[in-house]
Structure formats: C-alpha cells, structure tokens
Ligand binder design. Structure first.
Ligand code: MG
Ligand code: FE
Length: 169
C-alpha cells in the first residue's frame, strides 16, 4: 500500500524520466528531418517546451523533498536513443516518427491528467497548477500533429513518387 503522497512523488519521477526520454527522442528526429520544415520547426519548439517541462517537474519533486532518479532518467534516455535510431532503418521514417510522437503525447496527456488529480488530492496546488500548464502544452502538440498529418502525408506521398526526391525524412 502506498499513500497518495508517495504515489505523487513516484509519478512525478516517472514524468521527469519521460520528459528526458522525449528530449532525446525528439532531438534525434529533428536532427534528421530535412524536407519537412513545418514539422521540424514544431518539433524544435516542443523540444524547448520539453526541456522547460523537465525543469518544472524537477522543481515540483524537489519542493516536495524528493530528488530525481538518475538511473531511471538514464534508462529512459537509452530507450529513446534506441527508438530514435531504429527510425533510421525504415523507409517511411517521417510517418513512423509522427505516429510515435503522437502516441508519446497521448501518454503524456494521460500522465499529467493523473498528476493534476493526485496533486489536488494531497492539497499541493502548486504542483497541480504546473502539471495543468504542462498538460496544455502536450495537448497543443498532439492537436498540431493531428491537424498536420493530412498535409504531411500528402507531402510524403508526393515526394515518394518524385524521381530524385527523398521522402523518408
Ligand atoms: Mg512533455
Ligand atoms: Fe510532449
């Protein structure tokens, strides 16, 4: 049995590890994108948001008297590195990367919704407010991806049928 306070700390650490993982994954994707400038720019914006989110979550952990888990963060980074690299070996990298990014945002949205509720439950209004703010950034990123997938798909398909053009990234 764990108290709500213990769960809040555990879930904040999970969120911090996920942000570190996201930064590694998104940086890998953005660095290889050449032919999709809108997607690249939005990902680069979200990398900056992600770095700030990691700092904000670490602040919540420390304010509650905890510390971030180096081991968990390092493990997440390795996994993200593997995922980012594995994208290099598929022909439709930009499409697979978009699906993976959308799935990651959905996971973050669920995680921060849970964190807002848990923080409110234990009376930590500052953590609830910060997690609500981060939640809105994750939703904005997921919405942007969903809204831009039709144009991205069309651009991808067109490049794939154009001789000499690179479609994959
Ligand atoms: Mg995030
Ligand atoms: Fe995100």
């Amino acid at each position: 049995m764990a108290s709500a306070e213990e769960r809040l700390m555990e879930w904040l650490r999970d969120a911090h590890a996920a942000e570190q993982q996201a930064e590694t994954m998104l940086t890998g994707v953005a660095s290889r994108l050449e032919n999709y400038p809108d997607l690249k720019a939005r990902i680069e914006q979200h990398i900056r948001e992600t770095q700030r989110q990691a700092d904000l979550v670490r602040g919540c952990i420390e304010r509650r008297g905890g510390s971030t888990s180096m081991i968990k963060d390092a493990g997440g980074k390795m996994m993200a590195f593997g995922q980012a690299m594995s994208g290099m070996f598929v022909g439709d990298e930009v499409m697979k990367g978009s699906i993976a990014s959308y799935a990651f945002e959905a996971m973050e949205i669920a995680s921060y919704r849970i964190l807002v509720t848990t923080a409110e439950q234990v009376g930590d209004q500052e953590t609830a407010r910060i997690c609500e703010q981060i939640l809105q950034e994750e939703k904005a990123m997921a919405d942007w991806l969903e809204q831009n997938l039709p144009n991205l798909t069309k651009a991808y398909l067109m490049r794939e049928e154009t001789p000499g053009a690179t479609a994959k990234h």
